[in-house]
Write a protein that binds this ligand. Structure first.
Ligand code: GLN
Length: 200
């Protein structure tokens, strides 16, 4: 298995280290030709969503990645990555890849609470550490998006078919369980009936 890691900006190296610890190789996606190498899933790291969105467009990665996601390539977006995947961003006038049925709020915890640590339940995993850095939260989800975790009364993790998002940064703690969960999603992909549902 090889997982693509969008390496334009932000905390991509931390994700690569987590994957290495799990024995999975990563492929850094920096330019269009990197997309010609096959990979089984994509991680979109934390960072700055506006900068990543701009670079995706300028580097001609945007359309090809969006098409891959729409065709069912498993994707895991953390923090800014969540914002790149959201179909709605309540306090921003633009969206980006917009493949996931979630409405997000940017920099949602205000200046004082911009960064914090907590431990909360993640559905299917148990209690895990969660580090938030000027994080978004998910205000609401629709269609078949499933809520996986909540913190402070807000949705902070969700899944829709092959798409997984967390408002927090699992790559910044020592706990590998969310990355394992994503690898399991990739392994289970064949039983995901996206095509069947689309035509139903
Ligand atoms: N505040 C950033 C944004 O709006 C996200 C922060 C992060 O990824 N740690 O894109």
């Amino acid at each position: 298995m090889q997982i693509g890691v969008l390496a334009l900006q932000g905390a991509f190296i931390e994700h690569e280290k987590m994957l290495a610890r799990l024995g999975v190789s990563s492929l850094e996606i920096r330019q269009e030709k990197d997309l010609d190498t096959p990979f089984d899933g994509l991680i979109i790291p934390g960072g700055e969503s506006t900068v990543q969105g701009k670079l995706l467009r300028e580097l001609n990665l945007f359309d090809r990645i969006k098409t891959m996601l729409e065709a069912g390539l498993p994707v895991f977006g953390t923090c800014a990555g969540l914002l790149l995947l959201a179909k709605k961003i309540k306090n921003d006038d633009r969206t980006h890849l917009a493949t996931m049925d979630i409405a997000a709020v940017r920099n949602a915890y205000g200046r004082q609470l911009g960064s914090f640590y907590t431990e909360k339940e993640f559905k299917g995993i148990g209690t895990i550490p969660m580090t938030f850095i000027r994080a978004p939260y998910i205000e609401n989800v629709w269609n078949d998006t499933e809520i996986l975790a909540e913190a402070d009364g807000h949705i902070v993790a969700a899944r829709q078919k092959n798409q997984l998002v967390t408002a927090f940064h699992p790559e910044l703690n020592d706990n590998l369980s969310v990355h394992k969960y994503f690898i399991q999603m990739i392994n289970d992909k064949h039983i995901d009936n996206s095509e069947v549902n689309k035509n139903a």
